[in-house]
Write a protein that binds this ligand. Structure first.
Ligand code: F6P
Length: 546
């Protein structure tokens, strides 16, 4: 494929950027009374208002042209048809098969993967129902009432954020904990709160080789055996999800307790697979299925809608505009829903592990910006903290507001206040407040004129800060599935524009390898001779303090 900078639309967008920088969104709204309506669309239970963006129709047209020139359509077809688009690992990328509710087969190397997908889903359903009905009992005959999910990265963030977001749907009486970090405080903290007789540990690791997950499971197992049960009771309390069934069995998991996953499911795209078992246990299988159905609806929209009406493509191309032409380095996610507060952390892995790269598919180093820093936290808390920087620093930071129109057990006053804050912030970011308006506010003050001018300068809000507003009728399993799929597809499209492989993660490997060596040095099994002076000093200092 030609270099990104050689795509004709790239040059045209580059030429448009300085012109747009001179426009204020206030004027765009002033000029076009239909702007809000024109730049709003609905898909899979999500309404997206993208009118508060620093774009004109001409910019949008060029962005869609760029998407065509970068063959986004073909990338979508390739992913959905099981082509090995994860080229460095020579794998298909088929999380979409896990939520394929059509009767169409999905082939990998000539084999339809759907029968295995359906079987695994069935086994998740059967196991969930056995736990909920009390048929699956703990070693003393008591029903399971607690789940501890152990995993990290994609084997943690997806199940955790979904479970957290769907708290209003939790099965009554069931408690669930997630342990990821190898920091022993975390697992210990959880173990202090649970009862061995009624706790089920779900160990999730696609590779079954992740240090944190293996160690946390060993610690959980040792703790479990310390409480009285014997080795034969392990099978009642420990299950695993992995694509490496052999390693799981070698580790001591009963074969019938290992839920398989395919190697074409990427870790950060895996919550739809058996990695979603903790979700199913927490909210019930039907709600888990609802999540998959919502994602499927977004998948259909993504495949079928023209670019101009395609939600993932619109979000992706707006992101490209800000990253490559307006100079944004980061993108903030601002959920105005307490239960969705973990969403920025989830998208952080999804986006930054996928597109935080600078080598193109054909091995060249990029000469343009790629995946932005993803950050953010729940509104309104953030308003009293980092929003200051979004409003008044000179960094362009596009944001996505996320807001459910209805929430469970709605307290009208609270919810109206939450809505007014969310919409009010988007408005303030867009319109700002001019120096003249600020000076006018000070007209009655007794301050000397020079002080008024100075203060007005401090109070001036430039505005013109872009935002997307995503509204949901309610944050039910289906809508959450669609929302997650929306961001997954956004990442695919951006990776395609930037010419990246969004599905590998080589950047995390070196730290793991060196960390293992450092561990051996701490344990005294490896000499410090070949390590740099700073690391050697840190290790010695640590060892001396033990
Ligand atoms: O360290 C990154 C990573 O490889 C992620 O991509 C993955 O989700 C996570 O580790 C956990 O991997 P596993 O599921 O194999 O334990």
């Amino acid at each position: 494929m030609q270099k990104l900078r050689n795509a004709p639309a790239w040059g045209e967008l580059d030429a448009l950027a300085p012109l747009i920088k001179r426009h204020h969104m206030r004027d765009l709204f002033e000029k076009d009374k239909e702007r809000a309506e024109k730049y709003t669309l609905n898909a899979a239970g999500i309404m997206l208002d993208y009118s508060k963006n620093r774009v004109t129709q001409e910019v949008l047209d060029k962005l869609f042209e760029l998407a065509r020139q970068r063959e986004v359509k073909q990338k979508i077809i390739d992913m959905f048809s099981g082509q090995p688009i994860n080229s460095t690992e020579k794998r298909a990328v088929l999380h979409i098969a896990l939520r394929n509710f059509s009767d169409k087969p999905v082939y990998v190397d000539g084999e339809n993967v759907m029968p295995d997908v359906i079987n695994t889903l069935k086994s998740v359903q059967v196991f969930t129902e056995k736990v909920h009905s009390g048929e699956h009992k703990g070693y003393t005959g008591k029903a399971i009432d607690t789940v501890v999910s152990i995993g990290i990265g994609g084997s943690f963030l997806g199940p955790k954020i979904v479970t957290e977001t769907l708290k209003p749907y939790w099965v009554k009486g069931l408690k669930i904990y997630f342990v990821a970090n190898v920091d022993g405080c975390h697992i210990q903290d959880v173990l202090n709160q649970v009862d061995a007789e009624t706790t089920l540990f779900v160990m999730s690791s696609k590779s079954f080789s992740t240090q944190e997950t293996l160690q946390n499971t060993l610690t959980a197992k040792a703790w479990f055996l310390d409480q009285g049960p014997t080795q034969k009771d392990i099978a009642k309390h420990f299950v695993a999800v992995s694509s490496n069934v052999k390693a799981a069995v070698d580790f001591g998991m009963a074969k019938e307790n290992v839920f398989p996953m395919a190697d074409w499911v990427g870790g950060r795209y895996s919550l739809w697979s058996a990695i979603g078992l903790p979700i199913s246990l927490a909210v019930g299988y039907n709600n888990f299925k609802g999540l998959l159905e919502g994602a499927y609806e977004m998948d259909c929209h993504f495949q079928d809608a023209p670019f101009e009406k395609n939600m993932p493509i619109i979000l992706a191309m707006l992101g490209v505009w800000y990253r490559n032409f307006i100079g944004a380095q980061s993108h903030a996610l601002l959920p105005y829903y307490h239960y969705l507060r973990g969403f920025p952390a989830y998208v952080q892995q999804l986006d930054m592990e996928s597109n935080g790269k600078s080598t193109t598919l054909d091995g060249r180093t990029v000469d343009y910006g790629t995946g932005p820093i993803i950050w953010g936290s729940e509104g309104t808390n953030g308003q009293h903290s980092f929003y200051q920087l979004i409003h008044q620093s000179n960094m362009p930071i596009p944001v996505d507001f996320l807001f459910p129109l209805k929430v469970p057990n709605q307290n009208e006053t609270h919810h109206n206040m939450l809505a007014s804050n969310c919409f009010g912030q988007a408005q303030a970011l867009m319109q700002g407040k001019t120096f003249e308006e600020c000076l006018e506010d000070l007209s009655d003050s007794s301050l000397p004129e020079a002080e008024k001018l100075k203060l007005a300068a401090h109070k001036t809000m430039p505005g013109n800060h872009p935002s997307n507003m995503l509204l949901f009728d309610e944050m039910d399993p289906k809508t959450l599935g669609a929302l997650i799929a929306l961001y997954e597809h956004k990442v695919l499209v951006q990776g395609c524009i930037w010419g990246l492989n969004s599905f590998d993660q080589w950047g995390v490997e070196l730290g793991k390898v060196l960390g293992n060596d450092v561990y051996d040095m701490i344990e005294g099994d490896m000499s410090l001779d070949n390590v740099d002076a700073s690391t050697a000093q840190l290790i010695k200092h640590f060892v001396n303090k033990q």
